[in-house]
Design a protein. Structure first.
Length: 355
């Protein structure tokens, strides 16, 4: 056994996909499986496909290359806007990409022509979250310019919310996206078959039946991996929030004071730490640090243990209330999405799969 390790329950991931599809399918919403939280690991992607996912999506071309190799028949989507330097790989690796910018679309068209391919494009519209997307005022102008581009198919419009600005998806902002689609169809005499209504943050609205009916695609990562919607982080009924569990071992346990001795300056990270004097406590050092996972991504499963803090390689916990915990004990953690991302992308965290 190599520690720290993250234990990935592939059956729970498949079950979570099934739960989300049962929410989405009555509304004709197709669920695209987002793999960026786990470096496009083909074993986890296969668990998504087993649950009925038909398209996989990632923000990184490196991950998409892994997926393409493992699943040559599965259509892939690039989530992050391609850079000008990436248009050739984008066309080579993916069927569809999210885009917002004329120069890049023109270059994508050239790349598609060179490869004798057609590449599908979803135009991202900024509905207020202030991350990617063309501002609604300028959409019509952009559509007019890209429709003549050869090698590209404008498949539809998309939005991303609750990412940078934390803007919550609503019937109103998604409804405006639907109206923009209808307006483009009318103005240009085209049909836009896909309206991509965001990420796991749209799941709560979908559960309540309030996603406008023309929205027919969601791009879901967190919901599948964590079994939660991403606005209030409520668990989806029947889904699992423990498909990923992090395990690490105790290196040292000593009774020590809770206040450091000496005058306090900056710690290893340039922060001036603060301490609460709780007298002498039994303190454990766990072999798990910021190189493995961000500390605020960790939730200790045993409620008797409390996290004091961490450095690059060590996590310090209060184990006073858990007398049986000793050197060599393995402590288990649930992870929030940030913790999951950190643990899955750290080379120090060993990955173990169970079925
Ligand atoms: C990451 C990402 C998603 C998936 O987000 P989750 O909250 O994990 O579901 C969807 N769309 C885009 C553009 C993304 O970057």
């Amino acid at each position: 056994m190599s520690l720290p390790e993250i234990v990935v329950d592939l059956t729970k991931i498949t079950k979570n996909v099934e739960v989300i599809r049962r929410i989405a399918e009555p509304y004709n919403v197709d669920v695209v499986g987002v793999t960026k939280g786990f470096l496009g690991d083909p074993k986890i992607a296969a668990a998504m496909l087993a649950g009925g996912i038909r398209m996989l999506a990632d923000s990184r071309l490196e991950n998409l290359a892994r997926l393409k190799l493992a699943f040559p028949e599965t259509p892939l989507m690039l989530l992050r806007l391609p850079g000008l330097s990436q248009v050739d790989d984008t066309v080579a690796l993916t069927e569809v990409s999210l885009n917002s910018t004329w120069e890049v679309l023109q270059a994508l068209s050239q790349a598609a022509l060179k490869r004798h391919k057609t590449h599908r494009v979803i135009l991202m519209v900024d509905m207020g979250d202030l991350r990617e997307g063309v501002w609604p005022d300028e959409l019509s102008q952009l559509v007019a310019r890209i429709l003549p581009l050869k090698g590209l198919i404008l498949e539809g419009l998309g939005v991303n919310l609750a990412c940078y600005g934390g803007v919550i998806p609503t019937t109103e902002n998604l409804g405006q996206l639907v109206e923009l689609s209808a307006a483009m169809e009318k103005e240009f005499g085209i049909s836009l078959p896909v309206i991509s209504g965001g990420n796991s943050a749209t799941l709560a609205l979908l559960q309540s039946g309030n996603v406008p009916s023309r929205i027919n695609q969601l791009r879901i990562g967190e919901g599948i991996l964590q079994g939660t919607e991403a606005v209030n982080r409520h668990r989806l009924p029947g889904a699992f929030s423990d498909a990923f569990i992090l395990r690490a071992e105790i290196l040292e346990i000593y009774n020590k004071p809770t206040m450091p001795i000496g005058s306090i300056g900056q710690n290893a990270f340039g922060e001036i730490p603060m301490f609460l004097d709780k007298g002498w406590r039994k303190r454990g050092i766990i072999a798990l640090g910021r190189q493995d996972v961000p500390t605020d991504g960790l939730i200790i499963r045993d409620a008797r243990l409390k996290i004091y803090g961490s450095s690059s390689d060590h996590l310090i916990v209060d184990v006073t209330e858990a007398p049986e915990v000793t050197v060599g004990s393995v402590v288990e953690f649930d992870l929030n999405y940030g913790g999951l991302l950190g643990a899955m992308t750290s080379p120090y965290v060993h990955k173990r799969y169970i079925y």
